[in-house]
Design a protein around this ligand. Sequence first.
Ligand code: ADP
Length: 200
Amino acid sequence: MSPLHLVIFGRQGAGKGTQSAHIVDAFGCVHVSTGDMLRAAIADETELGLAAKAIMDAGGLVDDDTMIGIVSERLSADDIVANGVLLDGFPRTPAQAEELVAILGDRSIDAAINLEVPIEEVTERMLARGRDDDTPESIAKRLELYESQTRPLLDWFDERGLLMTVDGLGNEDDVFGRVRSALDALNGTDPQVGSGGCGE
Ligand code: ADP
């Protein structure tokens, strides 16, 4: 049984965090959310947290070198080497995507889930949840950066047959039902992913 290495994509407010919790529960990989890591750094008032807070509140992106450093360190930890990973919020730029492939090496990505929710719906959801960085200006900026920096990365996964687009509209359990069927369908279908998942 080899551990699964997954990436989850989707607009801000698409429900990546919620679905990630279900996925790691069902498939046993480790959830790595760069947004959560940065918010923890802010709460702990670390150097990273202090530097990241203003950027995050304004809806900007923390610089690639910093993010690559944090993620590569996390990916080398024993729990991930043993159980695999679900990356949420990384990669977000072309430079991060290139680095991810270099970091993982022969632990290749098994699949990328794309949680598809229209702009109007995610905007409403974010305004309703009211996180510190969920101001109208920050939301608009993050959605714009998603389209220009992150969405192009989906093509890379698509070209390799690794992209699974899932309709993210509807209640949490229905959406997870779709995610689960997509991930279950991985097993045994593609030579790269057929080596088994962490849920087996
Ligand atoms: P959202 O998807 O709603 O923006 P996240 O929790 O994924 O929420 O990220 C919150 C913020 O953290 C981002 O707006 C950005 O400032 C920063 N961030 C998270 N991941 C990255 C990353 N991979 N590269 C650069 N900045 C990041």
